[in-house]
Design a protein around this ligand. Sequence first.
Ligand code: HAM
Length: 417
Amino acid sequence: MIRGIKGVKDIPPSQIPKWSVVEKTAHQLAQGYGFKEIRIPIFEPTELYIRSIGGATDIVEKEMYTFLDRDGSSLTLRPEGTAGVVRSFIEHNLINEPTCKKLYYIGPMFRHERPQAGRFRQFHQFGVEMVGTTNPYADIEVISLLWRFFSSLELPGLTLEVNSLGESSDRQVYKENLVTFLNPKIEQLCGNCRRRIDTNPLRVLDCKVPQCRTATEDAPKLTDFLSQTSKDHFNQVLTGLDTLSIPYNLNSRLVRGLDYYSMTTFEVSCSSLGAQNAIGAGGRYDGLFETLGGKSTPAIGFAIGLERVLLALPESMIPHPKPWVFVAGFGPLGSQAGFSMMDTLRSIGITANTDHNASSLKSLLKSADRLSAPFVLILGDDEVSQHHAILRNMQTKAQEIIPLSTASFTLKDRLSG
Ligand code: HAM
């Protein structure tokens, strides 16, 4: 037997109703906010992710699925969607397409992380990217969509944290101050953070190791280094969130694990999820287009981890299965009539099914029971010769005789009732 890969899950049919409701909500809300769907490749040149996410990030250093193509070029399974969307934007000059400024995507992403509850090596994201404006209203709109997605699905225990990373010049000055603060404390930091002081000092701030938390308790705050422009922008975003009654906490340590961010960043956590409680996150990435060789173009977006949404989804949000009918045709005439009846029912939009391995009424009813059929239409030779069928309600066990000529309409009526 060949087993599936660790951290890479099958989604069995029993889980599909949950996925459908989550995906449907994503499509409806994103489109309701004026976003158009884009589908980007699952693998891209490795260089795309190194340049966008950053060579000194966990994703690029340890988590990418990278392999050589037959011609020797290095390819990587996408660890996230933003880089691919921006690559597509630049390559196809989408910035000149008025309808393409707001894009969304739903699909699998790949990161070689240690699998645990809510953390997988193949997982799915619903993401949006709004391109071409620095207006704080864009930030508010994107965060509002994120928040509305979660509230539409009635997810409990959510906290939205927001921060501003400022412009890159603000961060440069801040980084120097942070490194000066961290250097004398190097002995107290974990191995990862010691390395990060040189490569990516901001990341030391969101290290979860308790000793690093203690050592950085009094670290200078990025918000104290913001320029007036950055402060004004951030204040307008916060005012907008207040206006829309979206609750948030300020978190000056929220630096995010991808290097492309600037200005507004945000993350939503869900208290019922345990250690892997980040359910969605995003921010501005006003410098990424230039980093990837495009014209300077501001942008902002988010991505939501759909497996985590499913883990937090209340039972009440899972739709009941649509009523359907099991057709039990038996005997030479009954089987033939049953088969034609299924076709008629399907042609008028009624879900119909049978069991081709069952030939007696007893075995057909047993099969209908196993499939939890709400209704069974019984058609034996006797029924066919008398031009009627028996409709059995499997829950109440009540049976009624209905004329064959109008059976499909009777069923449509019963099923919609
Ligand atoms: P991210 O924070 O790396 O951001 O991922 C977004 C979300 O994906 C996380 O909050 C989490 O819910 C989910 N996620 C990440 N890794 C895993 C995993 N191994 N297993 C299950 N779920 C996971 C981004 O990906 C950015 N591209 C977001 C963005 C879009 N920023 C701007 N635009």
